[in-house]
Design a protein around this ligand. Structure first.
Ligand code: ADP
Ligand code: MG
Length: 290
């Protein structure tokens, strides 16, 4: 039989916008020692915007944007959506790409106007054997922008900076969790330098960066093999396996249904403070039972 106190705790959570799947989840939350947090959409607002358009010499800003956005129409990635939106705002006529090949968590390649266009992370360019000048991307990374490199026929034609602002509440939530003895770890597919800049803004010390979507759950598994009770907070389709691997998992309510279905706790407020609230609720509830 489920102790009444646990049912009361779940009810109190629901009233605060913290939807706890079952009594077991509420019991386990008390014991969390660490929390992996997805960067995009969890720590940040999840609405990235293009902030920099840096064409290589011999190409115009509009042409860089037109080629990249034409290809990105085929991608559902949030960075792709930001680039397409910016092209639409600029009134550019986009063309449909052909022969599109997408690499999850890296980027996408396809034919635009008879050229082979590739758009994606510095790691993706490296994997394609395309050299990218670090001097070009370093200023973007240190200002917490994600770097989207654009290549045509295997040479870089420019770089696009995309910035997704930190949620106003993230820093406070990280401080609260730390004060409660829960170490926060940022988990992201983004490049290390950008991740470090965002982590610095959020007050996070520990980072797992350049993690491919399929490897996020392996990071959680590694922590658990070390005997650590690690939770996971995320929002995306990509996050579902990591949520499932965690000791206790939290999904942001504005995120995907896939994440919510995988998670033990769904947060209606899209605020990491709700994770701290859930752990406090768990601790208070279990104190009553003991
Ligand atoms: P996160 O863990 O922050 O949610 P993802 O794993 O979804 O990030 O993506 C990791 C990185 O891959 C992005 O920061 C971006 O650099 C690159 N990337 C993936 N898909 C695309 C795309 N369609 N266009 C541009 N960049 C992309
Ligand atoms: Mg995400």
């Amino acid at each position: 039989a489920t102790p009444t106190a646990l049912m009361v705790g779940i009810g109190l959570g629901a009233r605060a916008g913290i939807l706890i799947r079952n009594a077991e989840a509420l019991e386990l939350a008390e014991k969390l020692e660490a929390l992996c947090v997805d960067k995009t959409g969890t720590l940040t607002e999840g609405h990235p915007e293009v902030t920099h358009l840096l064409p290589a010499s011999g190409i115009s800003t509009d042409e860089l944007l037109r080629l990249a956005a034409s290809l990105e129409q085929s991608s559902s990635h949030p960075l792709a959506a930001a680039i397409v939106r910016r092209a639409e705002v600029s009134g550019l006529a986009l063309v449909l790409p052909g022969q599109v090949v997408a690499e999850a968590g890296q980027g996408v390649s396809g034919d635009v106007d008879g050229r082979r266009i590739s758009v994606g992370s510095p790691t993706y360019m490296h994997a394609l054997g395309i050299s990218l000048d670090t001097a070009l991307v370093q200023p973007l990374q240190s200002s917490a922008c994600s770097v989207v490199a654009v290549a045509s026929n295997n040479s870089i034609i420019g770089v696009i900076g995309v910035r997704d602002p930190l949620r106003a509440t993230s820093r406070q939530a990280v401080e609260r969790l730390a004060a409660m003895g829960v170490e926060v770890v940022m988990l992201t597919g983004d490049n290390r330098a950008t991740a470090e800049a965002v982590a610095h803004e959020a007050g996070i010390i520990h980072i797992e960066a350049e993690t491919l979507p399929g490897d996020k759950s392996a990071v959680i598994a590694r922590y658990r093999e070390q005997g650590r009770r690690v939770g996971m907070a995320g929002d995306g389709i990509n996050d579902a396996p990591a949520l499932a691997a965690a000791y206790v998992s939290f999904a942001m309510g504005a995120g995907t249904n896939v994440a919510m279905e995988a998670a033990d706790v769904t947060l209606m407020k899209n605020d990491l403070n709700s994770v701290a609230d859930a752990i406090m609720l768990s601790r208070a509830t279990l104190r009553k039972i003991r």
